[in-house]
Design a protein around this ligand. Structure first.
Ligand code: AOF
Ligand code: ZN
Length: 344
């Protein structure tokens, strides 16, 4: 039943942002009497949909949920009240709600005599809402850096041109990862070299993630394609207007964009998962400043040689022990390419 709740929650993969992906299954004995999932912010919570479906059959039922029921008046009223009102007997949540404003629905239910348990499939539940969890507990998004490279780790020609290293299947897969992100980030170097749109095109979705540019001196050309569809945030270290983008100034002592501050700002704006598609320089700065959680690496079976650009510009590696160590989370073939998800 919890696996089913997680599957339902996954239907909100591309739309629930900034809210968590939540699914709910209502059961009488072995019979499912209601199911629901949360589609988008402002819409009904998963519990509301499932209880509505169950109607009178909710009385005495067990609720399976991947997130503790909310206990607050947000955009919608507290689900804990609704569960009590429907005389549900038992609630099983995969994880507690990390949102301090909405949490403690479980305790409230328990105090009112409903059996409340949590921790079932907790690891899976946390993975599904890894960005929401990160934003709530660390005040920053979960940052996933996408890199497409040759087998010898090269991502672009020496002059920065980099389009189409990997095959069409990897490109489409990359768009699926873009689509689940709340925002897609790149740097001024990539804007100048590739003029990317950074929209989701290879798959059908009902929203486009926010586009974010790190551009200290606001050098993005006014006719850059990334500006075409609006919804662009530009982080700079000096104030300057740019039509089609909101410019936010966060400056570090070196006069560059303060990257950790930028993450805080993005979290404050409800960004759970941040997808990075940038060049080796910005990639390097993000890694060096501790702003990356995960790498999504596509490797094409080809070689570009060592005059071409690498993945991540790091310096000061004068001892092997200093190398950044990762753990491989998954390894798959995508078309002719290899996809590696690895975590720092
Ligand atoms: C969801 N969907 O199915 C559940 C959530 O502003 P609101 O009223 O939509 O409340 C959002 C908060 O409610 C969210 O941050 C989370 O803590 C809690 N539970 N949220 O979006 C759901 N059950
Ligand atoms: Zn709720």
């Amino acid at each position: 039943m919890m696996a089913r709740a997680l599957e339902l929650a996954g239907r909100g993969m591309y739309t629930a942002t900034p809210n968590p992906r939540v699914g709910c299954v209502l059961v009488q004995g072995e019979t499912v009497v209601g199911e629901g999932w949360h589609e988008k912010a402002g819409g009904p919570h998963a519990e509301v949909v499932a209880l509505g479906q169950a109607g009178a059959q909710a009385a005495g039922a067990t609720v399976y949920l991947n997130l503790e029921p909310c206990n607050h008046h947000g955009r919608t009223p507290p689900c804990a009240d609704l569960i009590l009102g429907n005389k549900v007997r038992r609630v099983v949540a995969a994880m507690l709600d990390p949102n301090p404003q909405a949490a403690h629905g479980g305790a409230r239910l328990a105090a009112a005599g409903v059996a409340f348990e949590h921790g079932l499939m907790e690891a899976e539940a946390r993975e599904l809402n890894i960005g929401f969890f990160s934003r709530m507990t660390r005040g920053r998004p979960w940052v996933r850096m996408k890199i497409a490279a040759t087998l010898d780790g090269r991502t672009a020609l020496a002059d920065g041109r980099s389009q189409w290293i990997t095959g069409p299947e990897a490109r489409q897969d990359g768009h699926r990862w873009r689509a689940r992100a709340c925002a897609i980030l790149t740097g001024i170097g990539t804007v100048k070299a590739d003029d990317p749109r950074l929209t989701v095109r290879e798959i059908e979705i009902s929203r486009q993630p926010l586009r974010v540019i790190v551009d200290s001196r606001v050098e993005t050309p006014p006719n850059a394609r990334i500006l075409e569809s609006g919804n662009v945030l530009l982080f700079a270290s000096q104030k300057k207007e740019l039509k089609g983008a909101e410019v936010v100034v966060v400056t570090n002592p070196g006069g560059k964009v303060d990257l950790p501050k930028m993450l805080e700002e993005l979290a404050a704006r409800g960004i759970n998962e941040l997808h990075v598609e940038a060049g080796f320089r910005l990639n390097g700065s993000l890694v060096r400043e501790g702003c990356v959680d995960e790498f999504l690496i596509y490797l094409n079976p080809s070689l570009l040689g060592d005059e071409a650009q690498g993945m991540v510009k790091l310096s000061g590696m004068d001892a092997l022990e200093k190398r950044a160590r990762l753990k491989i989370a998954s390894l798959d073939r995508v078309g002719d390419d290899i996809r590696i998800v690895a975590r720092l």
